[in-house]
Write a protein that binds this ligand. Structure first.
Ligand SMILES: [Zn+2]
Length: 280
């Protein structure tokens, strides 16, 4: 391990919302502290399928997660497993699907809502939420500021080498209110403002940071299929590495090998995509 990194998955935010509504992130692009590219989700562009692809580097046709009702412990190596092989410390503040994919399934809410397992082959420090009861009239999402604080607590209490945060707030807002509306303007504005002080704090603590989404959404608030609206998001990178040309279209399956490379961890053979960052 020669570096440490935090990955933030802001669920369901399409490219156009990132570039028009996240003023702090865009301001850091202007100041040169962040680089940004467009990144494309695999098919199906369904949340659970994309989570498994983000962390394993393989497409749903390979890992087998066909949708949100088909969640199991995946068999491929992933970022957590490879960091642990190198002795790194991992943490997750996410929806419970991430624990089921990369730690154990099914999710037992009492056993698994929070754990600290020093010898884990996957996630050492997990803090999860299930969104049980989620639907159109009730989002059942935690406050994003609380999630950012929880990840910060894990970094400072346990010295994480790799940590992931995932929040469904904006995906749920899109399903509920769609996109050309005051509710979505305010929701993106609010999340950006809540996130920004933590970006500064994590950078000061020596972390590289990636902020992105698992997929986009159409104007009707849909995703799962093909199309720039449903599949494309932005990826913001804070760190010293060199990236590709600004107009390069990244693939979500490049995230896992790129993150492992940045951490100084060997990339397993199952991750066949190239890293999009080179040592800087
Ligand atoms: Zn999603």
């Amino acid at each position: 391990m020669n570096n440490k990194l935090l990955l933030l998955i802001i669920d369901g935010v399409p490219w156009r919302n990132w570039r028009s509504l996240f003023g702090n992130l865009e301001g850091w692009v202007d100041s040169g502290e962040a680089q940004v590219w467009k990144i494309r989700a695999p098919l199906p562009s369904t949340s659970a399928s994309c989570y498994a692809s983000i962390h394993t580097g393989v497409v749903p046709a390979v890992h087998g997660v066909t949708g949100n009702d088909n969640v199991f412990r995946v068999s491929q190596p992933d970022i957590f497993s490879e960091v642990r092989k190198e002795g790194g410390t991992t943490g997750a503040v996410t929806h419970s699907f991430w624990s089921e994919f990369f730690q154990r399934a099914p999710f037992d809410p009492v056993r698994d809502i929070e754990y600290d397992e020093a010898d884990s082959a996957g996630i050492n420090h997990g803090r999860f939420h299930t969104m049980t009861g989620y639907g159109h009239p009730n989002q059942m999402t935690p406050c994003d500021a609380d999630l950012f604080a929880t990840l910060t607590m894990l970094t400072e209490r346990f010295g994480l080498d790799y940590g992931i945060l995932h929040t469904c707030t904006l995906d749920s807002m899109g399903h509920r209110f769609k996109h050309s509306c005051e509710e979505m303007d305010d929701a993106c504005f609010t999340l950006d403002a809540q996130l920004a002080p933590f970006i500064r704090r994590w950078r000061d603590a020596g972390y590289e940071i990636m902020v992105t989404a698992d997929h986009g959404q159409s104007e009707r608030g849909h995703h799962g299929g093909r199309g720039e609206d449903q599949q494309d998001a932005a990826l913001y990178y804070f760190g010293d590495a060199e990236g590709p040309a600004p107009d390069t279209l990244l693939k979500i399956t490049q995230l896992a090998p790129t993150i492992l490379s940045r951490l100084g961890v060997e990339v397993p053979e199952s991750m066949t995509e190239d890293s999009f960052l080179t040592a800087g």
